[in-house]
Design a protein. Sequence first.
Length: 63
Amino acid sequence: MEIKLTYDTAKDKYYLDIYSDKQTETVTFYGEYALEEYLRDVFNFDLAQINNLYSQMRQIEYN
């Protein structure tokens, strides 16, 4: 399984893409708190893992 995070600056939304062998799922979050709570509850992420995901996050920016 692979997880990628994208942040849409204009909409203030986070998109969490979860890739597994058979399917891809995208979960949308409004705000960091909901995203971090989901990562802790569903994937048992700790703070270091969450911060690592943020460091690899892509941003959608509008000009």
